[in-house]
Design a protein around this ligand. Structure first.
Ligand code: IVH
Length: 668
């Protein structure tokens, strides 16, 4: 091709891609199929590979830049990024309006009401239409330069539809479905889960390597102007519409209202409706529409006098911290837990809440005896939101993370770059019990009847000390029968389940060993790649890294695990117990969702119940009609009803249709 016609094709492709990005992300009206869009993008990538001098920074292929950064530069905001005053009830809203009326008595007030999306505030700067810099809010005066990550957010245009120089402000967030998929992915990889979508969004933007943010499906909603002298709108509403015309994505639920009563009822209408939104909101924002009035009202030190946030009392409850304990996980991670006076929260009684890790514990400064607000984080694990400092009496005791493991007494350490304190004693009993539970769990060796209570009982009675001992229980029938409330039948069943587990495919054993970072998916790939445990154990780091799922971190963790004498001994004992240590043909063919139980509820956006069930069954899963503790996943659509409540109570993983699709796609 002639260079000129190549250039022209590149321009055509970029215009088409930008246009469809705008249709999709801003107007929410895709005009072409994903396949057609992808084909255009691929063609552009191919041309740019052939003619690298045609690459420009605003090309849609250039969202993920080259090298990870070594740190974040500081960005001083030209105008401070203020925060909002909160209205917690109608009275606060009324006060906000009367204060404004007093300051600008003659004016007719008009209000713009917007959703308050729960994510991370960002500032985006465009020069002559090009996206040049993006920053976090920071302390409001100085933020961090996260341009490299913001470029990966597909709803942030790299070029505006007009060559303007301006700064806008908005919120980057993670939609609920992407949050669920991300956590499910992390669970499969044995990574710590994000507590809620906001933390996940913030964590994604605080990465040095833009690949991470690029993989996270972040979205942006623009809610206002920063320093933007080239735009001279009269009203906030007009400003938002000009931003939309420029290609920026604004929320589609914005209304203009005149009466306070209407504002209140609009806000209240979202109290229930918000559960159905594909993203989380923590309230609404009410802004005075007229920009000259905004200017006259000005700001206090922290927030504008022309806007206020109407916050929903989040599903939070206040309760007392009875004490703080430390839980030791399977990989030795120490998690501080607040033991609470039982309190009803969103339909369940909460007695414990995670304080995540030492940094968070210190930042929130939670003390034994404190009153705290707890909430259901990401609708799964309760967490402590904040301490009610006003209720302190002085008798509260600060908590210091132990230097010794509470379970085994070994020195605990914090590795550089990690926020978790860990116990490195492989024989630590707390880790042992978790290891046994994990080994026997349905996702791993699937030993029916071998749950947490029994694992603890067996360890306490000295009948087992580690997972290999499970296979010597056949010789200890009398002792098993002597255990509290153990009927002959259940002992028989347990022993036969243990016996049956010897035939489990290699990947289940590998996953069951609980090697750090080796989740179910990685275990499957390792098993398929090496074919036997011996081959895997003798593999060099380079050979390990030849497996698609495995990078340096995972390969180091595998090598470290098998280098331990304790692991060598464990493998030898499992071998002599007769466990399968090679992969057979049928193992490789085992379907991804084999042994997983699903329940469907509510109306899904595109699949019928029958279609969804067929897809799950084709991937090896089982679909049943009612939720029980054996359910692995609840797929919930609109109007989910009581099954959802029950699943939430049992802490079962809840997927929406998109998350189900993502799960199914992994099996391909
Ligand atoms: S206006 C000067 N509008 O809420 C006031 N903020 O609690 C600027 N937020 O830092 C904020 N949605 O991160 C505004 N429609 C919206 C918003 C919104 C979410 C966040 C924003 C801000 C925080 C204040």
């Amino acid at each position: 091709m002639e260079k000129d016609s190549v250039r022209q094709r590149v321009r055509q492709l970029r215009e088409k891609i930008d246009e469809h990005n705008y249709q999709y992300h801003v107007l929410d009206q895709p005009l072409i199929s994903d396949a057609e869009f992808d084909a255009d993008l691929r063609e552009l990538v191919e041309i740019e590979q052939q003619f690298p001098d045609l690459i420009s920074p605003d090309s849609p292929t250039q969202r993920v830049g080259g090298q990870p950064q070594s740190g974040f530069a500081q960005v001083t905001h030209r105008l401070p990024m203020l925060s909002l005053e909160n209205a917690l009830n109608i009275g606060d809203l009324r006060n906000f309006v009367s204060r404004a009326k007093k300051l600008v008595p003659a004016a007719e007030l008009e209000f713009v009401v917007e959703l308050k999306v729960d994510g991370l505030a960002v500032s985006l700067q465009y020069e002559a239409g090009l996206f040049v810099r993006g920053a976090t809010r920071g302390d409001g005066e100085v933020g961090e330069d996260i341009t490299h990550n913001l470029r990966t957010v597909k709803s942030i245009p790299l070029r505006l539809r007009k060559p303007l120089t301006l700064e806008v402000r908005g919120e980057v967030y993670l939609p609920r479905a992407s949050f669920l998929t991300l956590n499910e992915e992390r669970r499969l990889h044995n990574l710590p889960l994000f507590a809620n979508p906001r933390n996940a969004a913030a964590g994604s933007l605080r990465q040095l390597d833009p690949q991470v943010a690029a993989s996270r499906n972040l979205e942006v909603v623009i809610y206002g102007l920063g320093y933007a002298p080239e735009l001279q709108p009269h009203s906030h509403y007009a400003a938002l519409n000009s931003l939309k015309d420029l290609g920026l994505s604004i929320n589609d639920q914005i209304v203009v209202l005149r009466e306070l009563a209407d504002v209140v009822s609009y806000c209240e209408s979202w109290r229930d409706k918000r559960a159905a939104l594909p993203y989380e909101i923590d309230g609404l924002v009410i802004k005075i529409n007229d920009l000259s009035l905004q200017q006259r009202l000005g700001n206090t030190a922290k927030s504008p006098r022309w806007a206020i946030a109407y916050k929903f009392p989040a599903e939070q409850a206040e309760t007392k911290v009875l004490g703080i304990t430390v839980q030791v996980g399977r990989t030795g991670t120490l998690t501080p837990i607040a033991e609470l006076e039982p309190v009803l929260l969103a339909g369940t009684v909460v007695k414990r809440a995670s304080l995540h890790n030492e940094d968070i514990l210190r930042e929130k400064d939670v003390r034994s005896g404190d009153y705290v607000l707890v909430r259901k984080a990401g609708e799964i694990i309760p967490e402590v939101v904040t301490v009610v400092k006003a209720k302190r009496t002085g008798a509260e005791e600060p908590f210091i993370m132990p230097e010794l493991c509470p379970a085994c007494g070994e020195q605990v350490r914090r590795l550089p770059g990690e926020s978790a304190m860990r116990c490195f004693n492989f024989y630590c009993p707390a880790q042992e019990v978790e290891r046994i539970i994990h080994f026997a769990s349905r996702g791993a060796m699937d030993i029916d009847g071998m749950g947490p209570a029994l694992a603890e009982q067996l360890l306490a009675a000295g009948l087992i000390t580690d997972i290999a001992d499970l296979y010597s229980l056949t010789g200890k029938k009398a002792e098993l029968l002597a255990l509290e409330r153990k009927a002959a039948k259940s002992v028989e069943n347990l022993l036969s389940a243990i016996e049956k587990s010897k035939e489990q495919p290699l990947w289940r054993l590998l996953y069951g060993l609980g090697i750090r970072f080796v989740g179910e998916r990685t275990a499957r790939e390792l098993s398929a790649h090496f074919g036997s445990l011996d081959q895997l154990i003798s593999a060099s780091p380079a050979e390990l890294e030849a497996v698609e799922e495995v990078g340096p971190k995972i390969s180091a963790s595998i090598s470290e695990f098998f280098a331990l004498d304790s692991s060598k001994e464990l493998v030898a004992r499992l071998r002599s117990a007769g466990l399968k240590m090679t992969e057979t043909k049928e193992d490789g063919a085992e379907k991804l969702l084999a042994g997983k139980n699903f329940v469907l509820t509510g109306t899904l956006p595109t699949y019928s119940r029958e279609e969804a069930a067929a897809l799950i069954e084709a991937a090896g899963g089982r679909v049943s009609s009612s939720v029980s503790k054996n359910t692995d996943y609840l797929v919930a659509g609109e109007k989910p009803g009581s099954k959802l409540e029950k699943a939430e109570k049992l802490q079962i993983i809840i997927l929406d249709e998109q998350a189900l699709q993502a799960l199914l796609a992994k099996g391909k």
